[in-house]
Design a binder for this molecule. Structure first.
Ligand SMILES: O=c1nc[nH]c2c1ncn2[C@H]1C[C@H](O)[C@@H](COP(=O)(O)OP(=O)(O)OP(=O)(O)O)O1
Ligand SMILES: [Mg+2]
Length: 201
């Protein structure tokens, strides 16, 4: 049986500021109090699974256990068709440098991997959301945003790989869209809509 959320407090199980800002906007209509794992100072769990769902479960259950509150996690990434789905669950790892995460580095690495591959460089942003309760129950949904990678990268807004991702039906990249425009079509926006329909109605 699908379990429904009936509380007044929810932990967003992320340490990513860009995701958190998007969740704040997407969940604002619910009128519930949201805190985040990052702002609570919870440790960032190791993402040791090989699927988005597996890693989303790790993050949601860790935060739910630590806070005794329901927790919503997001595991997401970019799958590039010409790269057989890479970077996929390793999308964040491609940003790793000796001095921390650097998404300009990650985008350059992605562009370099596409050398010799004909355009369009079709790709998808994918998001799996897990809502976990302290007793160990969870519910999950997915969202996908199809599009293509562009180079040079364009736009100042957004986060992560947004400047090199142009969603289908748009001439602008995610980083050139307003937050509301991105949320209306993004992998995360679609997954949140599905989670709201599944567990918050
Ligand atoms: O809308 C997006 N716009 C641009 N880039 C994005 C987006 N959504 C995911 N991404 C990229 C960033 C990160 O490199 C990876 C997710 O990795 P992922 O482990 O799920 O997130 P994270 O480590 O940044 O934060 P956390 O695990 O604390 O939620 O995909
Ligand atoms: Mg992560």
């Amino acid at each position: 049986m699908t379990r429904r959320f009936s509380g007044t407090q929810l932990v967003i199980a992320t340490h990513n500021r860009g995701k958190l800002d998007e969740f704040a906007q997407l969940l604002a209509p619910l009128g519930i109090t949201c805190t985040s794992a990052g702002n609570l100072g919870l440790p960032e769990p190791e993402e040791t699974e090989s699927t988005f769902l597996g890693n989303a479960r790790i993050k949601a259950h860790a935060a739910a256990r630590a806070t005794s509150l329901p927790a919503l996690s997001d595991d997401s990434g970019l799958t590039v068709d010409a790269l057989d789905g890479a970077p996929g669950v390793y999308t964040a790892d491609w940003a790793t440098t000796p001095t921390g995460r650097d998404f300009v580095h990650a985008m350059k690495k992605t562009h370099a991997a596409l050398a010799g591959h004909p355009q369009p460089w079709t790709a998808q942003f994918r998001c799996t959301l897990v809502l976990a309760w302290p007793n160990g129950h969870d519910e999950w949904v997915e969202g996908t945003a199809p599009g293509r990678l562009v180079w040079p990268r364009r736009g100042q807004d957004g986060h992560g790989y947004d400047p090199m991702f142009q969603p289908d039906g748009q001439t602008r990249t995610f980083a050139e869209l307003s937050a509301a425009e991105k949320n209306a079509i993004s992998h995360r926006g679609q997954a949140v809509a599905r989670m709201l329909a599944k567990c918050f109605t």
